[in-house]
Design a protein around this ligand. Structure first.
Ligand code: SF4
Length: 233
């Protein structure tokens, strides 16, 4: 690991063992029809105390067989990109929007995302990452809560509240898409190189809550103009 990034890639666990206990629970999930066709649940892998988390789309053929996300060619590219900024898979946590493979690697369906999203939010709550890099459209739209596609928003960080904490959300092209499009790969590499800078930023303080009630200050209030009864004219 490179020193500058290593200093901020892990923090104290929220509750030691809590993530592993949650993984055991999710392993038996039957909330959506994908449970019937999966080999196993692909919960996620990496450090339970990671400051940097990646969220992809759904397990593919190899992930379903091995129970680990991003193990195919896209996973190799992710590992290479991480090595380029002095990190390894053990320093970060990698998960997907869906924890079970959609048959034939088809797109996740809205009802499947709805059924599975609480697993992802609970993971975020337990890991408490400072930066979440969303890989591709599905993770970006779900975690930003906005319909804007990855082509519009890649490389543009935004501060959001997820799992009860302030998080820097950082959308990136999905490595599987970049594998076959050299121009997209260039963009992904350039966006990836900004991750150390985002990790090194001071944690964002929670937004102050507005007071439930603030008495009006008569001195500060501008004088109200006399209402005009338009009906008189
Ligand atoms: Fe449960 Fe998610 Fe798997 Fe559906 S995809 S069965 S909600 S773990």
């Amino acid at each position: 690991m490179a020193g500058a990034v290593a200093a901020v890639t892990e923090h104290a666990p929220a509750a030691p063992g809590a993530l592993a206990a949650y993984a055991d629970l999710v392993a038996g999930c039957t909330r959506c029809p994908l449970h019937a066709t999966r080999t196993q649940v692909v919960f996620g892998s990496g450090s339970p105390n990671a400051d940097l988390m990646f969220v992809g789309e759904a397990p593919g053929f190899h992930e379903d067989k091995q129970g680990v996300p991003f193990v195919g060619a896209a996973g190799q590219l992710l590992g290479k990109l991480l090595a380029g900024i002095g990190l390894s898979r053990d320093d970060v946590f990698v998960a997907n929007v869906l924890k079970c493979r959609p048959p034939g690697n088809r797109d996740p369906q809205p009802d499947e995302i709805e059924a599975c999203e609480s697993h992802l939010f609970r993971q975020i709550e337990l890991i408490e990452p400072r930066v979440i890099a969303t890989l591709g459209n599905f993770a970006t739209k779900l975690l930003s809560g906005k319909p804007l596609g990855i082509t519009r928003v890649h490389g543009q960080e935004q501060e959001v509240t997820l799992g009860g904490s302030r998080v820097t959300l950082y959308p990136l092209f999905h490595p599987a898409a970049a594998l076959y499009t050299p121009r997209m790969l260039d963009v992904l590499e350039a966006d990836f190189r900004r991750l150390p800078e985002l990790l090194a930023r001071e944690p964002v303080a929670p937004a102050p809550r507005p007071p439930l009630y603030a008495a009006p200050d008569p001195a500060a209030a501008p004088a109200e103009p006399e209402p005009v009864q338009l009906g008189l004219f």
